[in-house]
Design a protein around this ligand. Structure first.
Ligand code: C2E
Ligand code: MG
Ligand code: MG
Ligand code: MG
Length: 277
């Protein structure tokens, strides 16, 4: 490179950046096409009550099978959708698929588990001016009760004015929708913040669950989260549970629910329906 970074910290264009931009643009176009073509599908990962072993809910997760590249991880395409503004279309597509599915399951006589179906909402979606109205409108259009729906939000909600965010949550909660704080512990949450927001659940991030048994601070963090959640009247869902030892630890600490490969991977609708009562 001619000069990577000058003393004044001016970034110069480099060959690698062109490749990145090119791939990003291609992928962005492909994602737009996938949304047009209905190629973004939803899978459902069950959530289990740790005491009774009953399925209590499930999380809807987006899947994209690219015609040439094969499966592309949401860890790649969700941030891309956020950067490019496609996140609103992606979010609408996922929500509409979930509401369609809920309506079908109910019509077929399946009992929807008490915690309902969780849909992930990214910060830019949440901040969009018409997002909240879109939720109210779709619940009515699809004829699904709000209490079948759970929305998973992240701490980056803080990017929005806290009072505005809290008001939005409160209005949606009045429709019966409940809220989970996802990836807890990985961001900037403070107790004060948690107290300000009308939440129902906290999800312990997989990175902490993985550290169970390590004998380091990981277990202490989980115990602290459980104590704090119980104090605030929030239920706790642990994610990424892969071993019996992790499940035993969580159960012994009275964690409410778990989700992870130990019990089930994210499943296509027909397979998850087979688990419903
Ligand atoms: P998340 O919301 O924290 O979802 C949990 C992730 O952990 C999922 O990854 C799930 O497949 C994975 N997981 C669950 N149990 C286990 C386990 O036992 N072991 C391991 N190794 N992984 C486990 P996935 O489906 O790849 O999604 C990644 C992230 O992409 C999600 O993290 C979420 O932030 C985002 N995402 C996925 N679908 C959507 C969507 O429809 N909308 C938005 N806004 N974000 C989405
Ligand atoms: Mg989630
Ligand atoms: Mg999570
Ligand atoms: Mg995560």
């Amino acid at each position: 490179p001619v000069k990577a970074r000058g003393g004044d910290d001016i970034a110069f264009f480099q060959p690698g950046m062109l490749a990145t931009t090119q791939r990003e643009l291609e992928l962005e176009q492909a994602l737009a096409d996938a949304l047009d073509g209905g190629d973004i599908q939803v899978v459902y990962q069950p959530q289990w009550d740790l005491a009774s072993g009953r399925m209590v809910g499930m999380e809807a997760l987006a899947r994209w099978e690219h015609p040439e590249r094969g499966a592309i991880s949401p860890a790649e395409f969700v941030p891309l959708a956020e950067r490019s503004g496609l996140i609103n279309r992606l979010g609408d597509s996922v929500l509409e698929q979930v509401l369609t599915q809920l309506r079908e399951w109910e019509a077929a006589g399946y009992a929807i588990p008490p915690m309902g179906v969780a849909v992930n909402i990214s910060p830019r979606q949440f901040a969009a001016l018409d997002w909240e109205a879109g939720i109210h409108e779709r619940l009515r259009r699809f004829g699904v009760a709000g209490d079948r729906l759970k929305l998973e939000v992240t701490e980056s909600l803080l990017m929005e004015n806290l009072a505005t965010a809290a008001d939005k949550l409160a209005r949606l909660r009045a429709e019966g929708i409940c809220f989970a704080l996802d990836d807890f512990g990985t961001g900037y949450s403070s107790l004060a913040y948690l107290q300000e927001l009308p939440l129902d659940y906290v999800k312990i991030d997989r990175s902490f669950v993985q550290r169970i048994g390590d004998g380091d601070a990981g277990e202490g963090i989980i115990e602290a989260v459980l104590a704090m959640a119980s104090h605030l009247g929030l239920d706790v869902i642990a994610e990424g549970v892969e071993t019996e030892a992790q499940a035993d630890f969580l159960r012994s600490r009275n964690c409410d629910a778990g989700q992870g490969f130990l019990w089930a991977r994210p499943l296509p609708p027909a397979e998850v329906a087979a688990l419903l009562p």
